[in-house]
Design a protein around this ligand. Structure first.
Ligand SMILES: [Zn+2]
Ligand SMILES: [Zn+2]
Ligand SMILES: [Zn+2]
Ligand SMILES: [Zn+2]
Length: 303
């Protein structure tokens, strides 16, 4: 078999083709244009955004999509909060129950010592605490603490004695998970890290349309450009959205004109430097224009 044979597996090392087939070890893949979101596509539905809006960090989405997302998140938050509150109530009730049990035990012990001359087993015989540990607790608290211990033991005992597979509360495996307090704010998940989002802070985007045409399949195709230098927008152009009017310019026009005038060149609305938001984009597939053009899967080949 020649060295350049396609399925040469007799070599002492792995060929590129073999490594690809094995699917382990660190693998890199250059993402093409098709794998990346268009600059004017909504990050939620991945279609060309309809009535586009951006969040204050420059993530573009359809108005409808983000409203729906926020509403769903709010519903989920409400549900989680309710569950959390219910659990907190349950924990509280359990504590009250245990305290009551401890009180009962104390009273019983007291009655026993009062009504009988027979020696009653001291309370501490019922607990696992060491002599020294008991001594550390102040005298006034001592009896109560020991009684609480016993109550807890009894509660556990009664539970373990009453294993039942038919009643959900008594199944041995029924160990409800603690619900953590949830993040109480809808999030925008477009970036690498999610951030808080608010309907009031969404900024409507007004692209300038350069050309509108119908494709052979009957789909409307819209091409956007910069109203200042008339450059057609692609994934490769850095875009700036003005916060106060939503007009979109290219980065070069921002540097040359917008920063100096601090005004929108279309509608003359005042926009300071902090009101110029760069639109987040995923790039063109060339690594020089984007940071996400490469998918990497790290792994150890041999162990
Ligand atoms: Zn959408
Ligand atoms: Zn965002
Ligand atoms: Zn421009
Ligand atoms: Zn404007």
């Amino acid at each position: 078999m020649s060295r350049h044979s396609k399925n040469n597996t007799a070599l002492g090392f792995f060929t590129y083709a073999e490594r690809q087939k094995l699917n382990y070890g660190t693998q890199k893949l250059r993402l093409g244009r098709e794998s990346l979101r268009d600059f004017d596509a909504c990050f939620l539905c991945l279609q060309k955004a309809r009535s586009p809006v951006i969040c204050p960090k420059g993530h573009l989405m359809c108005k409808e999509c983000i409203y729906e997302s926020i509403l769903t998140q709010k519903k989920e938050i409400a549900r989680q909060t309710k569950l959390y509150e219910l659990q907190q109530d349950e924990i509280k009730n359990e504590k009250i129950k245990k305290d009551q049990m401890a009180k009962d035990i104390l009273i019983k012990q007291f009655e026993k010592t009062q009504n009988s001359y027979l020696e009653v087993k001291p309370l501490k015989a019922h607990t696992d605490m060491k002599e020294s540990e008991i001594k550390d607790i102040p005298a006034s608290e001592r009896e109560k603490k020991i009684a609480l211990d016993i109550a807890e033991k009894q509660a556990n005992k009664s539970n373990s004695n009453m294993n039942c597979f038919w009643i959900p509360d008594l199944t041995p495996e029924n160990n409800p998970e603690q619900i953590k307090k949830v993040e109480l704010h809808p999030q925008c998940y477009a970036g690498e890290k999610s951030h808080k989002i608010n309907i009031k802070k969404l900024i409507p985007v007004n692209f300038s349309i350069a050309k509108e045409s119908l494709t052979s399949t009957g789909r409307k195709e819209v091409i956007y450009n910069c109203p200042c230098c008339v450059r057609t927008f692609t994934n490769g152009t850095r875009l700036i959205v003005l916060k106060n009017c939503g007009h979109v310019f290219c980065y070069d026009c921002k540097k040359k004109f917008l920063l100096k005038s601090q005004k929108c060149m279309l509608c003359e609305k005042k926009n300071k430097e902090k009101d110029m938001i760069e639109l987040e984009r995923e790039g063109t597939g060339f690594s020089s224009t984007t940071r996400v053009a490469e998918a990497k899967r790290a792994g150890i080949a041999f162990q």
